[in-house]
Design a protein around this ligand. Structure first.
Ligand code: SF4
Ligand code: FES
Length: 232
């Protein structure tokens, strides 16, 4: 079995593993937002980077094989600063929901404690959103890269889940999982450039696109973009 060295600690992994799995085996909590074990890695977030000690290269740990003899740095100040930048770039496009908007849209949504100095999103998955979790852990500043925010297209026609494109990080997990799930339509990437988004194709509704896999994709979505309904 291959052995890799992470921050001077050796770990043995199953052949075919990636560096993210090796790091997790050592108990390291790398912010891998766009990775899902059932999906092909698409390296959309770049929050999981590590440094290869041999070449000096910076690589996404989710998409880099854990080959025998590889040595990497994971928890150095430099690598953590790069991850913080990746998180801040994701936050720069993120469309936050104000508590007032959330309350009027879904009065039964449970309140989530506000964090001092950090926008209180109050979306339906504030308690489990991985972008929020790692942004807090890495002290990411949502205002560091001010710019255009993603368009907030909210879909509430599905009986089990809701979709808010303003919180999507384009990881593609929902696209891959719904395509694997024998849906008649499934979700697709739609649009171009900054307007690229995930949506049902061909003008279909969310309930037509996700007849089988709605709860699975909502659970796997790393943010509050796809979320189980709490009002039904
Ligand atoms: S809706 Fe969620 S799972 Fe789908 S691409 Fe966006 S962030 Fe990823
Ligand atoms: S989890 Fe590796 S690039 Fe997103």
């Amino acid at each position: 079995m291959p052995r890799v060295v992470i921050d001077n600690q050796e770990v043995e992994v199953v052949a075919g593993s990636n560096l993210l799995a090796a790091a997790r085996k050592l108990g390291l909590d790398i912010p891998a937002l766009c990775y899902h074990p059932a999906c092909e890695p698409n390296t959309a977030c770049m929050a999981c980077v590590v440094r290869l000690k041999n070449s000096g290269g910076i690589v996404p740990s989710c998409a880099t094989p854990a080959e025998d003899g590889v040595q990497i740095e994971s928890e150095t100040d430099e690598v953590r600063a790069l991850r913080r930048t990746a998180l801040e770039l994701l936050l720069s496009e993120h469309c936050f929901t104000s508590p007032e908007a959330r309350a009027s849209a879904n009065p039964s949504a449970s309140g989530v404690p506000a964090v001092a100095g950090w926008p209180d999103c109050q979306c339906l998955k504030s308690d489990v959103c991985r972008l929020r979790k790692y942004a807090l852990l890495y002290a990411a500043d949502p205002a560091r890269y001010p710019g255009r925010q993603r368009t907030n297209r909210v879909r509430e026609e599905h009986p089990e889940i809701t979709y808010d494109s303003g919180k999507c990080i384009l990881c593609g997990i929902c696209v891959q999982l719904s395509a694997q799930g024998d849906e008649r339509l499934s979700l697709s990437f739609v649009g171009r450039g900054f307007e690229l988004r995930v949506d049902p194709p061909l003008g279909a509704t969310l309930d037509q696109a996700l007849e089988i896999t709605a709860r699975r994709v909502a659970g796997a979505c790393p943010t509050g973009a796809l979320a189980p309904r709490k009002d039904r």
